[in-house]
Design a protein around this ligand. Structure first.
Ligand code: GUN
Length: 292
């Protein structure tokens, strides 16, 4: 039987938990947690993500602000905004929405974010802390995957977890987290140069797909009763839809889902948990700041 890893329902539950905690904190006289975002240019997907972050912040009772900067802003100006937020006592955490325009050195920008406010967990300090198993901000998407597995009591101990994709944002941290204590998986990381990919993915008890290619994973690549986590989300032009598109993931769900013991739907799987993780990280930054 196929069970659904329902990210939408779980995200509502966790947002409720965060909202209750915020209410208790503010009732006790503490200030309201505040998440900020920097959005450079007018990429459609990035605007949607940032709008969702603002909406979710409001839902849990956080303050939120967005710094909208022109596509042609130079690196020095962007660094000034980061420096301002690093020193703004009213802001507990902030993110720089990626991707950035080509003329800006993304790593240089990330390196400038204060590790104490890096609620995306993208700075070398936070990634280093995560790899060492120290207290850290865990990047939002892999943290969301961990939460989905844990809250659904998915058994992971000693299991073979195969991760497809080695991005800094998803694949690399997900592979690391699954290998460490708490999950205790044996992990194989696959990427664009992997040979015999289906042969490896067929060995996965837990398959995490973050490759960014629509419906890339097909039924022949998945073993019976696997736990399947699909991180992809793509807009596919579709004239039969009022919106003009439909959404799909990195997995061909129409043929794969029936083989699996658990699957994340697209949409409504990993996506909603990503935003919730960012809210959790912001509350973590806030509590750390005030020793709460
Ligand atoms: N672009 C795609 N995903 C993310 C994310 O999790 N954080 C940021 N800052 N940018 C992104």
């Amino acid at each position: 039987m196929t069970n659904i890893l329902d990210g939408k329902a779980l995200s509502l539950q966790i947002k409720d938990e965060i909202a209750n905690e915020v209410r208790a904190l503010t009732a006790a006289g503490h200030r309201t947690p505040h998440l900020a975002a920097i959005l450079v240019g007018d990429d459609g997907a990035s605007q949607t993500y940032v709008a969702n972050k603002e909406k979710s912040s409001a839902e849990v009772g956080f303050l939120s602000s967005v710094y909208r900067l022109a596509e042609n802003i130079d690196e020095a100006e962007l660094l000034k905004v980061i420096d301002f937020l690093n020193h703004d006592d009213e802001v507990d955490g902030f993110i720089v929405q990626l991707p950035l325009p080509k003329h800006i050195d993304e790593q240089k920008i990330i390196n400038a974010i204060s590790p104490d406010k890096d609620v995306d967990g993208f700075t070398p300090i936070n990634i280093g802390r995560m790899v060492l198993g120290q207290e850290a901000f865990i990047p939002a998407t892999p943290k969301g995957i961990c939460t989905l597995l844990q809250r659904n009591n998915i058994e992971t101990e000693g299991k073979h977890c195969v991760v497809i994709g080695r991005s800094n944002i998803v694949g690399t941290p997900a592979a690391n987290l699954m290998s460490r204590k708490t999950f205790n998986c044996t992990v194989t990381m696959c990427h664009s140069r992997t040979r015999n990919l289906p042969e490896i993915t067929r060995q996965a008890d837990i398959l995490i797909v973050a490759i960014g290619k629509p419906e890339f994973v097909t039924a022949d690549m998945v073993k019976d009763d696997a736990v399947l986590v699909d991180v992809g989300i793509h807009r596919i032009p579709d004239s039969s839809k009022k919106s003009g598109y439909h959404l799909c993931g990195d997995v061909k769900h129409s043929e794969v889902d029936s083989k699996c013991s658990w699957v994340t739907p697209v949409p409504g799987g990993v996506g909603p948990l990503t935003i919730v993780s960012l809210l959790q990280n912001t509350l973590q930054a806030y509590k750390k700041k005030y020793n709460l």
